[in-house]
Design a protein around this ligand. Structure first.
Ligand SMILES: *Cc1c(COP(=O)(O)O)cnc(C)c1O
Length: 389
C-alpha cells in the first residue's frame, strides 16, 4: 500500500476511532441475539415490526423462487417485473398521489431527485438538521443553498424573499427529524412556499406508517397531502424491506424516471425485496392495530422516561432521544446498558452536533409490555449508577 496513503488513513481513523457495530445472530425484533445473549432492542427503525413479519418473508420467498436472486440491470435497460409496477401503483394509491417511482434506497432517492429538480440558477432551502441524504442531494444539485436554523420559519421567509431573482425555488425538509424525533412545522412551510412560489419536497422516512390517521405520514397528520408536490419515503423503515420512493403527479414521476441519475445508473432492487415492500404496504394499509400498538408503546415508554427525569428533547414520534451531552459518558451509558441486556446505540458526531451526544431509542409495535417494563428498569438502574438521573 502507498505509504502516504496509509498514513493519511491512519490519521483519519485516529480521529474517529475504528468502526464498530454489533453482529446480530437473529432477525430484527423486540429482542435480538448478540454473542449468544438475547437483548431488548431499542435501536431499529422497525416501527411496525414488519422486518421479520411472516407475510413479508413469504412474499419475498415466493418472488425469489419466481424471479431469482438478482435483477441484472437498471429497469430501463433490462426490464422490470410486474411486482415493481404493482408496488409503485399501491404506494401511489396509499399516498393519494397519481404515481410513484421506486429507488434502491431512501438515501439514493434524495441524491437523485434533488439534482433532477433544481440546478444551477435555482435555489434550494434546507433545514439545518435535515437528513444527510437531503444535504448531499442539495450539494450535488449545484443550486444556490439556503440553510435555515432548525425550524426557524422567520428566517426561511427571509431567505425565500432573498431568492426571488433565482429561477425556481424548492424547500426540502424531513417531516420527522431522524435524530431528534420532532416534526417540521409543515403548515407554515407550505404557506410560505405558496406565498413565495416555491415547491416543497417532504421526506417522510420516519413518518410513513407512524403518523396520520391511516399511517400515511406527517402530511396526512397535518392535512396537507394535496399541497405538497414531491413526497419522498423509504421502504426500509416502517415498511420492513429496503428501497426508497417518490410519490407525486404523473408528470413528476415520468420526468424523474428519465432524469434521476440514481434511478438510471443502477441495478434495480430484486423482486424479493420489492415483494416484501409490497406486502409491507398492504400490511400497513390493512392492519391499523400495528400502528395503535406502536403509539400505545411509545406513550407508555415516554411517560416512564419523563418520570425518571431523562431529557427526551421535543420528540413527537416513536424516536425518543435520551440527551446526555458528553460523548464519553454517553458511550459508557450505552455500554453498561448493553451489558445489562438493553441494546441501544450512541449517536454522536457526525450524526449530531458535538456536545449533544445522546442515545436514540426507538419503540416499535414488536415490543410488548414486558419488554418495555424491563427496558425502563434497566435505564433506571444504569442511569442512577452513572448519575445521569
Ligand atoms: C433513513 C432516512 C433516509 C434514508 O433512507 P434509507 O432507505 O435508509 O436509505 C432518508 N431520509 C431520512 C429522513 C431518513 O431517516
Amino acid at each position: 500500500m502507498n505509504t502516504t496513503f496509509r498514513e493519511f488513513l491512519n490519521e483519519e481513523i485516529a480521529k474517529f476511532g475504528t468502526p464498530t457495530w454489533r453482529i446480530l445472530e437473529s432477525p430484527q425484533g423486540a429482542r435480538v441475539c448478540i454473542k449468544g445473549k438475547w437483548k431488548i432492542s431499542l435501536c431499529s427503525n422497525n416501527y411496525l415490526g414488519l422486518a421479520n413479519h411472516p407475510s413479508l418473508k413469504e412474499a419475498a420467498a415466493h418472488a425469489l423462487e419466481e424471479y431469482g436472486a438478482g435483477s441484472a440491470a437498471a429497469r430501463s435497460l433490462s426490464g422490470s417485473t410486474q411486482l415493481h409496477e404493482d408496488l409503485e401503483q399501491e404506494l401511489a394509491d396509499f399516498k393519494g398521489t397519481e404515481a410513484a417511482l421506486a429507488f434502491n434506497s431512501g438515501n439514493v432517492t434524495n441524491l437523485g431527485v434533488i439534482p433532477a429538480l433544481v440546478r444551477k440558477g435555482d435555489a434550494v432551502f434546507s433545514d439545518a438538521i435535515n437528513h444527510g441524504s437531503l444535504i448531499d442531494g442539495c450539494r450535488l444539485s449545484g443550486a444556490e443553498k439556503y440553510i435555515y436554523p432548525h425550524g426557524d420559519m422567520s428566517l426561511l421567509e427571509k431567505l425565500l424573499g432573498d431568492a426571488m431573482h433565482l429561477r425556481n425555488r424548492m424547500i426540502v425538509v424531513d417531516s420527522v427529524f431522524s435524530m431528534d424525533g420532532d416534526t417540521a412545522p409543515l403548515p407554515q412551510i407550505v404557506e410560505l412556499a405558496e406565498e413565495y412560489d416555491a415547491i416543497v419536497m417532504v421526506d417522510e422516512a420516519h413518518a410513513t406508517g407512524v403518523l396520520g390517521k391511516h399511517g400515511r405520514g406527517a402530511l396526512e397528520h397535518f392535512g396537507l397531502e394535496d399541497r405538497v408536490d414531491v413526497i419522498m419515503g423509504t421502504l426500509g423503515k416502517a415498511l420492513g424491506s429496503v428501497g426508497g420512493y417518490i410519490a407525486g403527479s404523473i408528470e413528476l414521476i415520468s420526468y424523474l424516471a428519465r432524469t434521476a441519475r440514481s434511478f438510471l445508473f443502477t441495478t434495480s432492487l430484486p423482486a424479493s425485496s420489492i415483494a416484501a415492500a409490497l406486502a409491507g404496504v398492504r400490511k400497513l394499509r390493512d392492519d391499523p392495530e400495528l400502528r395503535e400498538r406502536l403509539w400505545r408503546n411509545t406513550n407508555f415508554y415516554k411517560g416512564e422516561l419523563a418520570q425518571l427525569g431523562f431529557n427526551t428533547m421535543d420528540s413527537k414520534s416513536p424516536i425518543v432521544p435520551i440527551l446526555i451531552g458528553d460523548d464519553e459518558v454517553t458511550e459508557r451509558f450505552c455500554q453498561r446498558l448493553c451489558e445489562e441486556g438493553l441494546y441501544v446505540t450512541k449517536i454522536g458526531t457526525p450524526y449530531v452536533p458535538e456536545g449533544t451526544s445522546r442515545l436514540r431509542t426507538i419503540v416499535t409495535a414488536a415490543h410488548n409490555e414486558e419488554d418495555l417494563g424491563e427496558a425502563v428498569d434497566i435505564l433506571k438502574s444504569v442511569g442512577s449508577e452513572l448519575r445521569i438521573i
